[in-house]
Design a protein around this ligand. Structure first.
Ligand code: PLP
Length: 407
């Protein structure tokens, strides 16, 4: 087997021209060419974040971006509210606790999205003993759930607390309006929906966040004030991952060429097709209706099937790489990503491979049912997209939460 396709929820299959960009000779990271590169990437990211602020680029994975946000913004002893909906939300809690913050947690059952009404009640109930910040997840990769940030923004906007949003696995795959939604800091990473290799975290911060940081961000390497001051000179404070930045630049150029609406459509159609196929093959979706993520589909394996054996079969026999569950979901679910340089044909092929693997594991199923269900979604969605006024043409809201029923 010499060809592998990553259907992981990151890192993703990266397009050849993006990979090729990394073989270019290195340049002086304190010189004019690098300054242009930084500026170009920042400008390309602004509409994706939906912000007028300049997204900062850090040499780090997504977790580094989250640590930069939390440790630049909050001081030890400050009180925060976190609303995790899965493993990565919990990681954000752990980062804040490691910073010495006191973190209250608003729990949500895994598989569900955050209930904006519950959040509102919680925030209202602490009016006199307020929180300095709120930690939110946009897209929870461990459960295949996406929060409705627009609805959440309606209860957070205008409050005297700073919101940090982890959109590591969400940004770029569906509409995002940081400024209009009033979020203070948004974090993402190169290796997800933007289709670049891992190694660059992106952090955008608004005016209120900068004002707070100016009162004393006391961290060092991940200090966003330093990152901003250097960015104004077209530099990064520390030696940057130049080759990954070349790749990110090309990935963003390709994003622009495809067009944001078509990118949203691609992720949404793949996710719906995968969900339809999973349902037809007896894999019960882990995410609840109205909470499905466009970038990752998580589903329970059929009774009697060993999830790790299934993943091994797909990887070793068919070159299709999916991932399993994390923490308490380990061994219980499989997750299939929709991001990166994979085509409709790749998705159908991967679903066919899944079907063969399940048949080999003696799962009773109707041959072809998974691929057929996915194909039906593609045909229907493509037809809808091509009609005058179809979602591809109008830029209509295309995220998964608008779909009342699965798939
Ligand atoms: N947050 C979310 C939602 C993620 O999906 C991930 C990675 O999958 C992270 C944070 C951590 O990112 P990284 O692995 O790049 O540090």
């Amino acid at each position: 087997m010499n060809k592998e396709l990553l259907f992981l929820p990151g890192p993703v299959t990266v397009a050849e021209p993006v990979l090729a960009a990394m073989s270019k000779p290195l340049i002086d990271h304190r010189g004019p060419e690098f300054a242009q590169l930084l500026q170009r990437i920042g400008g390309r990211l602004q509409p994706i974040f939906g912000t007028q602020s300049e997204p900062l680029l850090l040499g780090a994975s997504g977790t580094g971006g989250l640590e930069a946000a939390v440790t630049s913004l909050f001081q030890p002893g400050e009180k925060l509210l976190a609303a995790p909906i899965g493993v990565f939300g919990r990681r954000l809690v752990a980062i804040a606790q490691a910073r010495g913050c006191k973190v209250d947690v608003l729990e949500t059952a895994w598989g569900h999205a955050l209930d904006a009404g519950e959040l509102e009640k919680r925030l209202d109930s602490v009016a006199h003993d307020g929180y300095a910040g709120l930690l939110l997840t946009h897209n929870e990769t461990s459960t295949g759930v996406q929060n409705d940030l627009e609805a959440i923004a309606k209860v957070t906007r205008g409050r005297d607390l700073l919101t940090v949003v982890d959109s590591v696995s969400g940004l770029g795959a569906s509409p995002f309006s940081m400024d209009a939604w009033g979020f203070d800091v948004v974090v993402s990473a190169s290796q997800k929906a933007l289709g670049a290799p891992p190694g660059v975290a992106m952090v955008a911060a608004g005016k209120r966040a900068w004002e707070k940081m100016e009162t004393g961000a006391s961290n060092f390497y991940f200090n966003l004030l330093k990152a901003r001051d250097f960015a104004h000179q077209g530099q990064t404070p520390w030696t940057p991952p130049i080759s990954i930045l070349y790749a990110l630049d090309v990935a963003l150029e390709r994003y622009e060429e495809e067009g944001a609406t078509a990118v949203y459509w691609r992720h949404q159609s793949y996710a719906r097709a995968i969900r339809a196929a999973f349902a037809a093959l007896g894999l019960k979706l882990f995410s609840q209706d109205l909470a499905h993520s466009p970038t990752v589909v998580a589903a329970c394996v059929p009774d009697g099937v060993d999830a790790s054996a299934l993943l091994r079969n797909l990887r070793d026999m068919r070159g299709i790489v999916l991932s399993g569950g994390q923490m308490e979901l380990k061994g219980k679910i499989v997750r299939m990503g929709t991001m990166g340089d994979v085509s409709q044909t790749d998705v159908l092929g991967a679903l066919g491979a899944l079907e063969i693997a399940l048949l080999e594991m003696d799962v009773p199923l109707k041959v072809g049912s998974g691929v057929q269900a996915a194909l039906r979604i593609f045909l229907d969605m493509d037809a809808a997209a091509l009609t005058p006024g179809g979602a591809k043409n109008t830029g209509a809201r295309t995220d998964e939460r608008t779909k009342a029923t699965s798939p």
